[in-house]
Ligand binder design. Structure first.
Ligand code: CUA
Length: 158
């Protein structure tokens, strides 16, 4: 079968692109331990504010001594708006637990690898370690309505 020269170039180019993308996925799993997120639990949106740990949003130490940072998302704000991470928690793993009261939001914390969907009815968990002092912005990266672009919060690492 005769294949036109330009068609052959496109075929080879497409194959190279697909193989490169596949290679990038495999490399991110093997070398950067990328994982698919799993729901950490379910919760009725009406019961969020009366159910632990969401009844006390913010940073707290759990019974086993580990640290947890709890966020509630709702259009168009994060609770809490500002969190201070004390200097002694630098380098410590902190579990971020979040859920939404209304629609789907997305949590992205600048200069970290935190990027997680925050979905009503579902609890999202992600671990983060802050190594350096500084201020991180927590933004919503999932369009959630007319004020989506102002839905931010602040994490200050002392
Ligand atoms: Cu919340 Cu966009």
């Amino acid at each position: 079968m005769e294949v036109d020269r330009y068609e052959r170039i496109w075929l080879v180019g497409s194959a190279v692109f697909i193989l490169t993308a596949l290679g990038a996925i495999i490399a991110s799993v093997v070398f950067h331990t990328a994982e698919l997120p799993e729901p950490a639990g379910r919760i009725e949106p009406e019961e969020v504010t009366s159910t632990a740990p969401f009844d006390k949003p913010g940073l707290h130490q759990r019974e086993d001594g580990s640290w947890e940072l709890v966020y509630i998302a709702q259009a168009w704000a994060w609770t809490p708006q500002q969190v201070i991470i004390p200097a002694e928690l630098r380098g410590e793993e902190i579990r971020i637990t979040s859920t939404s009261l209304d629609v789907i939001h997305g949590m992205k914390i600048t200069d970290t690898n935190v990027n997680v969907m925050v979905i009503p009815g579902q609890i999202s968990e992600v671990d983060v370690t802050f190594d350096d002092e500084g201020t991180h912005t927590l933004v919503c990266h999932e369009y959630c309505g007319i004020q989506h672009h102002v839905m931010g919060a602040e994490i200050v690492v002392e």
